[in-house]
Design a protein around this ligand. Structure first.
Ligand code: NAG
Ligand code: NAG
Ligand code: NAG
Ligand code: NAG
Length: 272
């Protein structure tokens, strides 16, 4: 103690460099697997130690305590579960991890050199599921607002791509990248899209999704107001007569910009 007061700076340096440290093994533990909270940089030999869960090293937060001079050495605390185990080197093992095990863990170690404490934030990871792309519309019509969603779980990062062509510049990504929106979709936007989901323990890519863009039928996608209203009246009659199926037949896949593996729509009916 006197050494400390005489050379306070040196004493602080000693505490920092000699402090125990907790190393997670593996660094990104997986749900249903085990983890070791390994205590490193212990100076002197271990007399006793305690593990706590939570923000403070309080008795109601204790998982277990270990004392080399007792038999048995280990005593359990209020937060103990048989999935926890202690090792003589002060490390804590957790088997069959739950995502609820996430949180702050504190170790307090008493050695021949005194008492030291350290804490660690335990995060429990799960593998991402293979993403599936969903479209807001089965038959996207030119100039409509269309969005694609990357359905997956446990992802921390999502990335979108397009096969063989550059990604359309006007596309809006949601803040978490889960959804991309084409504010007014164009025939040029038709193509092959994929998304990739990632977290620190895994990465999966979706199957390629073929985005088609349809036009109201006619030899070109440009329609006069008269033609358009004729078609609308015609399709309303069609719905009344034979149900909604006719509407689908009124749609024709727009001529894609180039092959891109798309078949060109060919058959359609005009009702008028
Ligand atoms: C973890 O194990 C439980 C019970 O065996 C099982 O239901 C669950 O799907 C598993 N979770 C993962 C991510 O493997
Ligand atoms: C503590 O003991 C466990 C079990 O024997 C071992 O896996 C771990 O590596 C040890 N930790 C240190 C820091 O030596
Ligand atoms: C969103 O996507 C961009 C580029 O595609 C990427 O740089 C960014 O990290 C992604 N963010 C999230 C939260 O996925
Ligand atoms: C889509 O919008 C463009 C530009 O506003 C217009 O020229 C075109 O006729 C529209 N196409 C359809 C199918 O409505």
């Amino acid at each position: 103690m006197r050494g400390c007061t005489l050379a306070g700076v040196f004493c602080l340096w000693m505490t920092l460099t000699n402090g125990v440290n907790i190393e997670l093994m593996p660094p990104h533990p997986l749900v249903n697997h085990s983890a070791l909270l390994s205590v490193t940089q212990i100076s002197g030999s271990v007399w006793s130690f305690s593990w706590f869960r939570g923000e403070r090293a309080r008795s109601q937060n204790q998982i277990l305590a270990y004392n080399t001079r007792n038999n048995p050495s280990e005593t359990t605390g209020p937060l103990y579960s048989p999935r926890f185990s202690s090792f003589p080197n002060a490390s804590l093992g957790i088997s069959n991890l739950y995502s609820e095990d996430q949180g702050n863990y504190i170790v307090q170690v008493v050695t021949t050199n005194g008492q030291e404490r350290s804490s660690v934030q335990l995060l429990v990871y799960a593998l991402v599921f293979k993403p599936v792309i969903r479209s807001s519309s089965l038959y996207p019509i030119a100039n409509e607002t269309i969005s694609l969603t990357c359905d997956t779980t446990n992802a921390e990062k999502i990335r979108w791509g397009r096969s063989g062509k550059i990604f359309p510049p006007g596309v809006i990504q949601s803040s978490n990248n889960r959804t991309i929106t084409f504010p007014t979709i164009k025939p040029l936007d038709a193509g092959l899209y994929w998304c990739e989901a990632e977290n620190p323990v895994s990465r999966r890519t979706s199957d390629v999704y073929t985005l088609n863009v349809y036009c109201i039928c006619g030899s070109s996608s440009e329609l006069s107001a008269g033609e358009l209203s004729g078609i609308i009246i015609g399709s309303l009659l069609g719905i009344l007569l034979v149900g909604g199926i006719i509407l689908l037949l009124l749609l024709k896949r727009c001529k894609p910009p180039d092959g891109e593996g798309l078949r060109e729509g060919s058959s359609y009916i005009t009702v008028i």
